[in-house]
Design a protein around this ligand. Structure first.
Ligand SMILES: Cc1cc2nc3c(=O)[nH]c(=O)nc-3n(C[C@H](O)[C@H](O)[C@H](O)COP(=O)(O)OP(=O)(O)OC[C@H]3O[C@@H](n4cnc5c(N)ncnc54)[C@H](O)[C@@H]3O)c2cc1C
Ligand SMILES: *[C@@H]1O[C@H](CO)[C@@H](O)[C@H](O)[C@H]1NC(C)=O
Ligand SMILES: *[C@@H]1O[C@H](CO)[C@@H](O)[C@H](O)[C@H]1NC(C)=O
Ligand SMILES: *[C@@H]1O[C@H](CO)[C@@H](O)[C@H](O)[C@H]1NC(C)=O
Length: 511
């Protein structure tokens, strides 16, 4: 019930985002579009019949360039939508020869601060590279511009599953290249661990196969730092047979404020040998219609209902103690695996697909929760929303997914850094459309990140960040690993495969 109210309020928020403010020139023209066109490069190369080049005055412009977050976003002067591999090749040859900067894009969910360095660049929109094929050997080949939702459907239809992101609208491209965190990771590893091969267009337009046997040095680098090296036209992943008749356990619950210590205590107990199939999402958020602070836990379990219920039961106690948990709502369902992104957390994850607000996010990886600190954070969150109601959709968000298969992969085989340092992904996420709250939002989220990342709170002796969640100003070792050979090797491959630095906009290994 509660989640329905939040859903409705967020839907109203979504339509207000879509409206947005516009500025006009004296001739009544949209100022942003005018400026973008004035500085647009000419793209004078041959394209295939289904490819297109879209300018800011085209009716398709907004749809073809919309991003999840306007905060620190790249800006585009022209959008190029290749339809065939040859288009990508010819386009890259032309642009790199004329020193025209570009950014490839899939789902548009990237929001590191470094993307803002891409100003008035050509947007290579990969949305036409969305073909998904389940092969006869049960691998799945997915276009570099596909989104997770379509991969779930295709794999499920063929009776297969694989580790994928939690949100249907996120691009397979950006997410896979940075590691790929997902609910099945405890069973199968990160998304990069499921990659068998990639077809990659390099800066000079050449197209190569990248796998354990072909260009294996790049295969290492692109599984964790892939945004640095080229454009992936397609990924081929391993898959596994659907488990549990294709059904996934889903439980959504809310709690009283006084339950906070108990909830964090149970999660801390579950973490050390977390069941590989168990994925917890904990939200501290505000119901925009009542302004009530809501503590919302979503449990997804890759297993039968009886097993899932055992985890759920731990989040309700009768005993009166400082760690008692009083649950205010519970909704347990068994959901087809392909629908989990839509059903989990009462549909809230789909709402996270809404494009176009400012999303300024600070994150850190934690070993366990410091419970007293979490109570303080909760209080600062309430204070922040009270003082900044325009940022009411902001939240504290923790993802606690199984680690077994993640840490079992040989760490030196991929460019994923700090693999053993990601029990909890902590996100302090501020969301708003009115820029007047930007400074307060930044200060609040940054202060939480700065505090939580200290070893005495995070439980880790190093600062570790999931590179795809990075704010973008953390030290590179926090994303790519502290062993000196890692950044050395990445940089030497960067010199070889992207010698002119065209792929430098996303947490570049060069800093
Ligand atoms: C709501 C939300 C949910 C998320 N959920 C998850 C999750 O469950 N698991 C997870 O691991 N991450 C998740 N993320 C983080 C996500 O991995 C990153 O934001 C990622 O960059 C998104 O990729 P994209 O293709 O959507 O974004 P884009 O902004 O289109 O791309 C991001 C970067 O990747 C590059 N890129 C994209 N596609 C390609 C390609 N085919 N070849 C080469 N480069 C490419 C772009 O050039 C850009 O530099 C989530 C983010 C958000 C906002
Ligand atoms: C172009 O797109 C249309 C419609 O999607 C499709 O039928 C056609 O085969 C495509 N042509 C080429 C050359 O890919
Ligand atoms: C939440 O609970 C704590 C302790 O249980 C109490 O001190 C605090 O006042 C409560 N806060 C709110 C906003 O209800
Ligand atoms: C329970 O969860 C399911 C799946 O997310 C959802 O469809 C349904 O509306 C929820 N029921 C309530 C009462 O919230």
């Amino acid at each position: 019930m509660l989640s329905r109210a939040i859903f409705n309020a967020l839907a109203i928020f979504a339509s207000s985002v879509a409206a947005g403010p516009t500025w006009h020139t004296s001739r009544g023209e949209d100022l942003v579009k005018f400026l973008e066109r004035a500085t647009a490069p000419t793209l004078n190369f041959h394209i295939s019949p289904n490819a297109s080049i879209v300018t800011p005055d085209s009716p398709e412009w907004a749809e073809d360039t919309t991003r999840w977050s306007t905060w620190s976003a790249p800006t585009f002067s022209v959008a190029f939508l290749p339809a065939e591999e040859k288009d990508v090749s010819v386009g890259l040859q032309y642009m790199t020869k004329h020193n025209i900067q570009f950014l490839a894009g899939g789902g548009g969910h990237g929001n590191t601060v470094t993307l803002a360095k891409a100003k008035n660049v050509v947007f290579i929109n990969l949305e036409k590279f969305n073909k998904i094929t389940v092969n006869s050997d049960n691998t799945i080949t997915v276009g570099g511009g596909a989104r997770f939702g379509d991969v779930y459907t295709a794999a499920y239809g063929a009776g297969r599953e694989l580790p994928l992101g939690s949100c249907s609208c996120v691009g397979v491209g950006g997410a896979s290249l940075g590691g790929g965190h997902g609910r099945l990771q405890g069973k199968y590893g990160l998304i990069v661990d499921a990659i068998i091969s990639m077809r990659v267009a390099l800066w000079d337009g050449s197209i190569i196969e990248v796998s354990a046997t072909k260009n294996s040095d790049l295969f290492w680098a692109m599984r964790g730092a892939g945004h640095n090296f080229g454009i992936v036209l397609s990924f081929t992943y391993k898959t596994w047979p659907l488990q549990n008749n294709g059904l996934t356990y889903n439980a959504d619950m809310t709690f009283t404020n006084a339950s906070l210590e108990g909830i964090f205590g149970v999660i801390n107990d579950l973490i050390p040998d977390q069941d590989p199939g168990l994925a917890l999402d904990l939200f501290i958020m505000t119901d925009p219609s009542t302004h009530e602070t809501v503590t919302y836990l979503n449990i997804v379990y890759a297993g039968p209902k009886e097993e899932g219920d055992k985890f759920t039961a731990r989040f309700a106690t009768n005993k009166k103690s400082s760690e008692s948990i009083e649950r205010t709502s519970l909704n347990v369902t068994m959901v087809p695996w392909s629908q989990i992104t839509h059903q989990a957390a009462g549909g809230m994850i789909d709402l996270a697909c809404i494009d176009g607000a400012s999303q300024n996010v600070y994150t850190a990886n934690l070993k366990k929760f410091d419970i007293a600190q979490q109570r303080r954070f909760y209080n600062t969150y309430i204070e922040f929303i009270k003082n900044n109601p325009l940022a009411i959709n902001s939240m504290i968000f923790y993802e606690i997914f199984g680690q077994k298969a993640v840490v079992e992969q040989p760490a030196d085989q991929t460019a994923v850094g700090n693999r053993n340092y990601a029990n909890i992904l902590a996100l302090y996420q501020t969301t708003y459309t009115d820029e007047s709250v930007a400074p307060a939002a930044d200060a609040w989220a940054r202060s939480l990140r700065d505090e939580v990342v200290k070893p005495e709170y995070s439980g880790y002796d190093i600062e570790s960040i999931y590179m795809n969640y990075a704010h973008g100003n953390e030290k590179l070792e926090a994303m790519y690993g502290y062993e000196p050979w890692r950044l050395e090797r990445l940089r030497s491959l960067k010199r070889r495969y992207d010698p002119k630095g065209f792929f430098n906009f996303y947490n570049s290994v060069l800093g």
